[in-house]
Every structure is written in C-alpha cells, then in structure tokens.
Design a protein around this ligand. Structure first.
Ligand code: HEC
Length: 191
C-alpha cells in the first residue's frame, strides 16, 4: 500500500468506529448510556427551570417563582401548609390548587435533584434544618457574602436579596452563573 492509501484507510476506520460508538451511546433510548448522559448533562446546569403553570401563575405573580430545586421538600411542605401567613401576607389557595402546587414542588425539590445548585443547597443544610427562605441557607449566604448590604438593602431599586431575578439576568431560565449578574444601579459584578 502506498502511504496515501494507508492514511485513507486509517481515516475510514477511525470514522466508522466513531460512528458506531456514537450510535451505541446516543441511539439507545432507555439504556444506561443515555441516562448517564442525561445525568451528566443535568449536573452541569444550575437548577431545573419552573415548568408548572399553576405554580407559575399563583406564585410567580407576587414574586419570582423560585425554582422548587432551591429548597428541600420539608421546606415546601411547611410553606404550603401555612399560606394564610406567608411572610406577613395571606396567600391562601383553594385546597385543590394548593395540592397541585405542593405535588409539583415535592417532585422537584432539592432533595434528590442532581442539578448543581440543588446539591449545593442540600449539602449546606444542618441536620433537621427546614429553611423557609432560600436566603437563610448557608449555601446562599456563602455565595453572596462578598456583596455589601448597602448594595442591596439601601438600594431603592432592590431592597432585598429575595428578588433573585433583579440581579441574575437569566434566573427565570434556572441559570445563576455569576458572570450573568447585573446589579440594578451598580452594573456588572466583577470579583
Ligand atoms: C444584589 C443582587 C443579587 C440578588 C438579589 C441575588 N444574587 Fe445571587 N449572586 C449575586 C452576585 C453578585 C453573585 C456572585 C458573587 C460572587 O462571585 O462573589 C451571586 C451568586 C449566586 C450564585 C452562585 C453563582 C456562581 O457562579 O457560583 C447563586 C446560585 C445565586 N447567586 C443564587 C441566587 C438566588 C437563588 C437568589 C434569590 C433568592 C439570588 N442569588 C439573589 C447577586 C445577587
């Protein structure tokens, strides 16, 4: 064989092997490869975006519809059981809607999620801790400890850390990367 023929056959073999390999990895819908791929892909994302209409409409009209994966099940259970005094407001829902939203929150809570922020929040909880605010978790505090209170509390456009989407420009999509932050009246966040 001439040298160029050797190179050609080598390219052909490599391409075929590559195709066969990717077909086994991606073509197997229910197999382990696919679920491992999904798991690996998900674990790189921040937190699952909200995809329940009732939750988005009922809870997202008063404040950000926080992604369920930002708190554990115990927190959502306690919160949904006490809506008549929801941080000082009466936010009661009909029993049916309350149950639908609770089911959604429990199914998507941080406990068994493999999204990285959910894992971070779960990992930061003390045994038995049931936070009712995301901003109370050690994980949240650790991530925001370099931001002076004056930038938030004394900021007329902001007032509180609970307004995630005011600073995290893609919070709505479940993305909280620090390079997407833009603080109202302050601008981009540089470490
Ligand atoms: C005042 C604007 C502001 C608000 C409001 C805010 N954040 Fe942040 N957040 C930041 C900044 C700035 C950083 C990056 C901090 C750093 O790198 O020191 C950050 C970092 C984070 C990170 C880590 C990002 C990374 O790349 O490591 C997460 C997760 C996060 N915020 C979630 C939230 C959630 C959830 C809320 C609402 C409950 C919220 N934030 C509210 C400004 C804000």
């Amino acid at each position: 064989m001439k040298t160029y023929q050797k190179i050609l056959s080598l390219v052909a073999v490599t391409a075929t092997t590559g195709l066969l390999f990717s077909a086994t990895v991606y073509g197997d819908d229910d197999g382990e490869h696919k679920s491992f791929f999904n798991w690996w892909q998900q674990s790189k994302l921040d937190v699952a975006p909200v995809n329940n209409l009732a939750y988005r409409e009922e809870c997202g009209s008063s404040h950000v519809a926080y992604q369920p994966g930002l708190l554990p099940q115990a927190s959502w259970r306690e919160m949904m059981a006490g809506l008549e005094d929801h941080f000082g407001d009466n936010a009661e829902l009909s029993a049916g809607v309350n149950q639908e939203i609770l089911d959604y929150l429990l199914a998507n809570a941080a406990d068994d999620s493999n999204y990285k922020r959910s894992e971070g929040i779960m990992g930061s909880l003390r045994p038995g801790e049931v936070p009712l605010r995301i901003t109370d978790t050690v994980y949240f505090k650790r991530k925001h400890d370099e931001i002076p209170a004056s930038v938030v509390v004394d900021n007329k456009e902001l007032g509180s850390f609970s307004r995630c989407a005011a600073c995290h420009t893609r919070a709505d999509t479940g993305s909280y990367e620090e390079d997407e932050v833009k603080i109202p009246g302050v601008g981009r966040w540089e470490d």
